[in-house]
Structure formats: structure tokens, C-alpha cells
Design a protein around this ligand. Sequence first.
Ligand code: ADP
Ligand code: MG
Length: 440
Amino acid sequence: MNVLVVGSGGREHAIVRQLAASPQKPRLFACPGNPGTADNATNLDPGPNDAAGLVAFCRSRSIDLVIVGPEDPLIAGLADDLRREGLAVFGPGAMGARLEGDKEFAKEVLASAEVPTAHYHAFSSAESALKHLDKIDLPVVIKACGAAQGKGVAVCATREEAEAHIHTCLRDQAFGQSGLRILMEDCLYGTELSVLVVTDGQDYCLLAPSRDHKRIGEQDQGPNTGGMGAFAPVALPSDLYAEIDTRIVLPILAELRRRDIPYRGVLYVGLMLTAGGPQVLEFNCRFGDPETQVVLPLYRGDFLDLCWTTATGELGRHLQGAHRPEGTGPTGWTGSGLTSWDRHAVVVVGAADGYPGPYAQGRPIELPDANSDGGWIIHAGTRRDDRQLVTCGGRVLGAVGVGPSLDAARQKAYDLLDQVHFEGLTFRRDIARTGEGVRK
Ligand SMILES: Nc1ncnc2c1ncn2[C@@H]1O[C@H](COP(=O)(O)OP(=O)(O)O)[C@@H](O)[C@H]1O
Ligand SMILES: [Mg+2]
């Protein structure tokens, strides 16, 4: 099988790595990929950056399957464009991707599915948003409705912060079109959980529950980032697995079918585990990053077959037998037999100092000699300058550790990161130690 992965981040490296482990021995291409994907795939760099160019490439190389990694091309309808040309695509079309690209639409879908989520009001004018502030209690969460590279949401404890974020979105238009409509929603308290639902629109399975660490600083201090580390699986109270499956995931997928919204790919459901039960914070229409870096290594099945059957509407075939909770898996978690629950994975992100603000690029990187069995480096913001590997992003790489316990996996990840060197390398030392979330 010939497979093309679209994207260039840590998520795409993790996807390529997992595809390469398939017994089907696929031929892999990444567009544009990164120095990490180059280990297992042919990078198209520079490659086509529009649908027509990708279609022409897929024809010339007999590509069987395209996996679209990032949200922006999915929201723009790339999957539709490719499907129209007869290609098998893992990733939703524009209608499904709107769950991520339009947070107000996501709220409407949640309301009709009767799935718990924070109460909200939507505004297009700063004046009415500011007036609404007078009537509500703080903290309040203010969100740009559109995709804003993880920067559109502010949890505002003071009126000044709230006013500032309203002006950032509506007056200064810092997020362009994406911020011209905002949601003001109630603040939820609890710990967060990431759930990756793989579906072909009919059948679905849940991958290992994971947890991201979003703040730049230890003990969840400082601004939000794209994610500074993650671990999986997250151990939940035993009744919560089935509750998430039947009270959250099932009604959402049923609502998508009711609305005739086709969905073939992964739906990321971001949850807040509140004292009153799980509530949906947001959707992503693709694999979360860095969560994917720890969830995929725990997948027991053939990941290529998962992606292929999802893209072709035959996921049911892949899942046959997977519902049996084999060994240590929780009951009530659809597809739980596909995860190795007795293994644990931790990723610690190595970032450039200054991130998530301005940071330097082009710094030479020194990596450990070889990837060992229980640990490896995932490339995110790296590139090659002649022969030298250098930094080119805020989140530069992830050190992944896998082991029989969370402690062992964490130790492995930190041991590996200790062997990584570049000027300005920063990372959190408390990954997989805390249950990150919003506390009262
Ligand atoms: N209603 C809420 N209550 C408390 N915290 C929230 C709420 N909504 C979002 N957050 C926090 O803000 C983060 C980012 O919000 P999210 O809706 O996931 O937007 P995005 O990922 O698009 O930036 C969440 O991971 C969570 O930490
Ligand atoms: Mg989010």
C-alpha cells in the first residue's frame, strides 16, 4: 500500500512511525514531512500545497490512502477535494471539520445531542460582549469561534483580562476572521481528558484516554501552549469509561448521522471531568498533538488497517473482536481490546526558550545516538540545514518513553531528553505527575 501523510509536525511523525510498524510494510510519503518522518517516509519538500497538486502526485505514485494531519486543510475542505477525485482519505470533509473550525456550531451540535457542555453566549460586537460582562460572575472563558492555532481561548479571572481578550478578538482582530465572533462561556472546574474517537461514520472505537499538559510552566503556571507533554492511558474511575462512551460519544456520533454529516477520521473530544460528570470543552477534527505521540504506541492493532478501513467505510471489519475487553482493559470503552492497557507512554516536549512567545530558531540540535526500544524522539519543529539538524519551531521535539508503569515510562522519557542538547532547550519536569485542569 502507498500512503501519503499530509503535515509536518510531531503528530505527523508519530503517525508515520506507527504506519511504518504495520506488517503490511507500506510505502510512505510525507508532505512536506520533517526530519523525523524522513526516517520512514519519502518527504515531499517542497511538495504540492494545494489539492490539485496533491491529486496529481497521488495519481503519479499510485497512492492508495491519504491521511490529513492538521486542522487547517481539513477545515478548508481538502478531504472533500481528494475524495471527489476518488482517493481514500482519513480525515473529515469540511462539514465534519466545522466541529473544530466553528466553536458556535460545535455548541449547537452538542445542544441537539443533549451532551453536557458549558453554558455560553455568542457575540459579534464588543459593545454587547462588554455589556454581558456586567451581568455575569467571573471567571469567564472567552473563545474566538474560529481556529486560532490554540491562542484564541482565554480563561479570564478578572474583568480586565476579559475586556482585553474581547478587544483582542473583536477590535484588534488578532485572529482575523476566526475571532470576529466570540463565545463567552461558564468556567468549568476539574481535570481535563482527551478522547480520540476513530469513526467511519457508522462504526467507531475509542483509543487510549490521554492527558495533555497545556501550560508552559510547572504546576500549571503561565500561558497556554500547544501542549508541553502528555501521557496515556489515564486511569479513570471504572464507571467513567462507559459514561463517556454512552453519554458523550454515542449521542455526538448519532447527531452527526442525523444531520447527514459524513465523518471518516478521528474526532478528538476534549473533556473537563467535573464533579457533576464529564463535559465537552471542544472538538478537534484530527489527532491531537502531543496526545497522539503517546496514544498510538499503545495501539495493539495494525494502525494502517485502522486508517484504511476508516477511510473506506469498513471500520466494522477492523473492529471485529476488539470489543472484548481482553486482559486489563476497562469494560464499556468501545474497542478497548485494541489498547495495551498494561503499557504506559509519556512524552515530554522540548521547547525553545521564549515559547509560547517569540523564540530563536536555527539552533543546532544534538540527539542521542540511537532510538532505544522503550523510547524515541519525535520531531516537531526541526529542519535540516545542509547536514545539521536545527530548531525551527517553538515546540522542537518530544521525548517519548514507554514502559510497564507510568513511572517507568516517565523515567525513560526524561532520560532520553537528558541526552538532547540545543541552546535554550526548556521543558517541564512535572509531566505525568499532575492532573492538569482548572481548580477552584
Ligand atoms: N469552559 C471552560 N472552563 C474552563 N476551562 C476551559 C473552558 N473552555 C476551555 N478551557 C481551557 O482552555 C483550553 C483551551 O480551550 P479549547 O476550547 O480547547 O480551545 P483551543 O484548543 O481551540 O484553544 C482548554 O484546554 C481548557 O484548559
Ligand atoms: Mg483545545
